[in-house]
Design a protein around this ligand. Sequence first.
Ligand SMILES: *Cc1c(COP(=O)(O)O)cnc(C)c1O
Length: 225
Amino acid sequence: MEVKANLAEINKRITAACIRSGRHTGDVSIIAVTKYVSIERTKEAVESGITNIGENRDDGFLKKWEEIGSSATWHFIGSLQTRKVKNIIEKVDYIHSLDRISLAEEIDKRATKKIKCFIQVNVSGEQSKHGIEPSQLVDFIEQMRKFLSIEIVGLMTMAPLTDDEQVIRDCFKKMKQLRDEIQTKKYEHAPCTEISMGMSNDYEIAIEEGATFIRLGTSLVGNEL
Ligand SMILES: *Cc1c(COP(=O)(O)O)cnc(C)c1O
């Protein structure tokens, strides 16, 4: 497995998806999700030109951060327990999983700099998924205004687990509509320019529908578990 070769193939596909949808490749950033791989593989990704790294657990995050440090940009992408916030807050650049007031309170309490946050949205309405219901989103974002350490940079979602491409596409389309709706409000604390969506199986659809950050694990760095 060569990360560099995977990245070349993925970049080709990103370019093709951008051309199909009239977008610029520079507007789509890749986050390498390293939760299934070693520190060595993570370093290989950085050497191949990856600058964004995503982890979904605090222990995995810290292990990789200690080896690679601030030469990369660090994304926390998984559901975040309130009591774990203090472990990562000094090191994280983006949190993709802000989904409740209590978590915002803890981030705001612990942060010593502005933390860029994505609000996780449960577009598909599946019970098993974390995230704010679309109908609650505007209200939730308005409640974020008082947390001065939090900047709402965008929205994040995970598509439903299905082979039905149309269902996935509809989910991503809905995300773009929500993002556009928030942007019309011109909130100072919530510029909401970004959309974090698309994983190994669905990133091309996500790009066609407006993703600005795609989160790639298996297809980019593999799975060593
Ligand atoms: C694991 C994970 C990914 C990457 O998954 P792949 O299918 O391996 O690309 C992306 N986003 C989140 C939130 C994840 O937990």
